[in-house]
Design a protein around this ligand. Sequence first.
Ligand SMILES: [Zn+2]
Length: 312
Amino acid sequence: MKNVTSLLAAAFAGVLLAAAPARAATLKVVATTQDLEALAKEVGGDKIETDSLAKGYQDPHQVEPKPSFILKLNKADLLIVVGRELEIGWLPPLINQARNPKIQAGADRYLDASQFAHILEIPTGQITRAMGDVHPQGNPHYWLSPENGRKIAQGIQKKLSEIDPGDAAYYSQRYADFDRRLGEAEKRWNAAMAPYKGVKIVTYHRSWPNFVETYGLNVVGYVEPKPGIPPSPSHSLELTQEMKKDNVKIIVIEPYFDAKTPQAIGRETGAQVVTLAPSVGGAKGAPVNDYISLFDYDVKTLVAAFQAAGVK
Ligand SMILES: [Zn+2]
């Protein structure tokens, strides 16, 4: 009898031990894009579990909502969004249906990463439908500058430390390590891009203002007549004339747009069409799996295109 009791006691103690974890459960972080997920991973390491809704090869303005997104949002301890209305077409109903009060817009666990970033193209004056899909709060493709990536990572570090103060030193050390690696990589990218300062390019969508500001490139036109509006023959003709006049040799496109029109413009003007990755996970056949390799890929691909086009 005594044996049975002690066995039971031991078993019960075992259950208690198993039920009391040594440390807090891993935080579930959901980001709307793979870029923000990658930055969260840099800082959160193995203290967080991450997921992203939009994939890097998808147009982040237009993401098809899936039931699985609602489930992910329901379980999220933290939601990180790009903001500036990038996700306005698909995210709000998903958040509503997720039944997770913590991550509702404006709530404590809803982190708008744009608050940490340098935002370009904030419109002045009245915005009308005639202007196309202009974002009233500025250009939401701001993650494409390393300095913004650094500031976003720091913002995420602060947020994670607030939610999980016990691991604050860990997050701070991870951020410092990312900051150091990013700084080393920036020297590399700056050196590779330095010969091309002032080079005129055309891009499909206004995805690259922060990128071109970083490297001093000069965007003289867009394949889209207006943001979010598909190419039109009259605009393509105007753009072709402009490119011939300015001797533009590069058209940068995003992987999710139809390459037909830019290729036709390229044939007409002798310009190269180059597909860059606008996001982590956005390069076909290339392992662009983290924030630093995103810039490695884009800088390498762009420099190769400049060389092939005989730019400088
Ligand atoms: Zn856009």
